[in-house]
Design a protein around this ligand. Structure first.
Ligand code: ADP
Ligand code: ZN
Ligand code: MG
Length: 485
């Protein structure tokens, strides 16, 4: 039996639970600031979120709005009536002794996300549910003392739970990557994993390939980056295969990922639902949404990332690679389309400038698209000046940097620095004539058949004009002089 197991083919089964911090101004049930990143401990709390007796929670409308937007973007069903419940447990970072969450009647049910796995077939990950809840505080050890910071108490979260539909660490990583992209795209969360805006638990089990049973799973906590999720899951799949191959059994552990040592540690065996003694939150009314309001939110959803990527491919004929990159961020894809609209010329030209100059600049400067001084109008103007032979391509590239650095328009810079191409026929002819007159030996060689010397003549003219001569025009004037003369 052990031998058979050793030679068996295994398939991983993975489901993810993510906690998403919504980027509202205030917390979910009180007027405290929602984002207290960097604030001193316990400086951003009030009687409601620190659990003093005799106070009542008041639901933040903006939290509900963002939850509906996310649910709709995940193709989930938005429940017009949902409920809040108390999840009871004792822990020092939970001053009330319970967390307000949504248990059996959450705000969103069902839905899916299609993963775009490069080179692979599309994988649809179904969503089990999305619910609203409040965050707990933080404890930390300082000099042998256990300290508690309540700032995070009451921070609005959406917990979103997938069905166990993923089958590799790469798929899980891709899900998290696309989710992060979507959250930013919708503007519902900053989704910065380092700041805990997006946290993910991975549930992992293995089964014989071809089987459809769900075996005992483990749950991996504390992964705070996409790479960490991928590594932790790969690690856990290997461990389970080794365990079962050796005749052992997978136990329902909760594991803690240590990014430094790249290892998993057992935290505890899992609590059961019954341990939490869920019951309806008596201090909040059922959450009843207006049908028209929900409909309005759904109708005003922006075009979603994958849809926009596919449209870039079908409408503009962009290669998948370019379309993927240009829709990596909503602001970047808007920038691209706006530039294209303003320029009105060849799409390939726009995508080249975007993929090379603009992306390089974003990288080098470490800024986001909206912070660029180089706006789509500027980029479009630069490309048009090249088309109209007012400047040449190297000048265009230099201009991109100059516009970014100075915030001036490209036209103003060209004017001020005299960067325009010398395409005035008479002036150019004069320079060409001078080059021809001053170099009789080269002229002789050329006329005797060494026609490749045309490049050398071109170079001379370029040097004299500081690279601003129109190459095509220069070439034909030179040929005219050399052959005609
Ligand atoms: P729990 O008992 O931990 O509450 P749930 O059924 O609520 O389990 O599922 C929690 C998460 O674990 C979900 O994302 C789900 O897709 C995933 N999951 C459930 N069963 C399995 C399994 N056998 N293998 C891998 N993931 C699973
Ligand atoms: Zn508060
Ligand atoms: Mg559960």
């Amino acid at each position: 039996r052990i031998l058979r197991k050793r030679t068996m083919q295994w398939e991983a089964v993975i489901g993810l639970e993510t906690h998403i911090q919504l980027n509202t101004r205030t917390k979910i049930f009180c007027p405290c600031k929602a984002d207290s990143w960097g604030d001193s401990p316990n400086s951003n709390i009030c009687p409601v979120c620190s659990g003093l007796p005799g106070v009542l929670p008041v639901l933040n409308r903006a939290v509900v709005e963002k939850a509906v937007i996310l649910a709709a973007a995940m193709h989930a069903e938005v429940n017009l009536v949902s409920h809040f419940d108390r999840k009871n447990y004792f822990y020092p970072d939970l001053p009330k002794g319970y967390q307000i969450t949504q248990y059996d009647e959450p705000i969103g049910k069902g839905g899916y996300m299609d993963l775009s796995v490069p080179g692979g077939s599309a994988r649809r990950v179904r969503i089990h549910k999305l619910h609203l809840e409040e965050d707990a505080g933080k404890t930390k050890n300082v000099h042998g003392q256990r300290l508690i910071d309540f700032n995070r108490c009451g921070v609005p979260l959406i917990e979103m739970v997938t069905e166990p539909d993923m089958h590799s660490a790469d798929e899980a990583a891709q899900y998290l990557l696309q989710l992060r992209q979507l959250l930013r795209w919708l503007g519902v969360s900053e989704a910065d994993m380092e700041k805990g805006h997006l946290r993910c638990d991975g549930n992992v089990s293995i089964r014989e390939k071809g089987s459809t049973v769900l075996n005992t799973k483990t749950e991996i906590k504390n992964v705070n980056s996409i790479d960490a999720l991928r590594n932790a899951i790969n690690n856990e799949i290997d461990r389970q295969v080794r365990e079962v191959s050796a005749g052992g059994r997978v136990k329902a552990w909760t594991l803690d990922w240590d990014d430094e040592t790249q290892t998993l540690k057992m935290m505890r065996s899992k609590e059961t639902e019954a341990d939490y003694r869920y019951f309806r939150e008596p201090d909040l009314l059922p959450l009843v949404l207006d049908k028209g309001w929900v409909k309005g939110l759904i109708e005003s959803l922006p075009e979603l990332p994958l849809a926009r990527r596919d449209r870039f491919i079908s409408e503009y004929g962009l290669p998948l690679y370019d379309a993927d990159i240009l829709t990596g961020e909503r602001a970047l894809s808007d920038y691209f389309e706006e530039t294209l609209r303003q320029y009105g010329g060849d799409l390939k030209v726009v995508s080249n400038w975007m993929m090379n100059e603009v992306l390089r600049m974003l990288n080098d400067l470490g800024v986001i698209v909206d912070e660029l001084n180089l706006r789509p109008t500027h980029l479009a103007a630069i490309m048009r000046m090249i088309d109209e032979k007012k400047i040449n391509a190297p000048t265009g590239k230099a201009l991109v940097k100059k516009v970014q650095a100075s915030g001036q328009t490209p036209e103003a810079i060209v004017q001020a620095e005299g960067l325009g191409l010398v395409s005035d026929d008479a002036a150019l002819r004069e320079t060409c004539q001078a080059v021809v007159t001053e170099n009789p030996a080269e002229v002789k060689s050329f006329r005797e058949g060494k026609e490749s010397l045309i490049g050398w003549f071109l170079g001379q003219v370029m040097r004299r004009t500081g690279g601003k001569a129109d190459p095509g025009m220069t070439r034909s004037i030179l040929l005219d002089l050399l052959k005609g003369g």
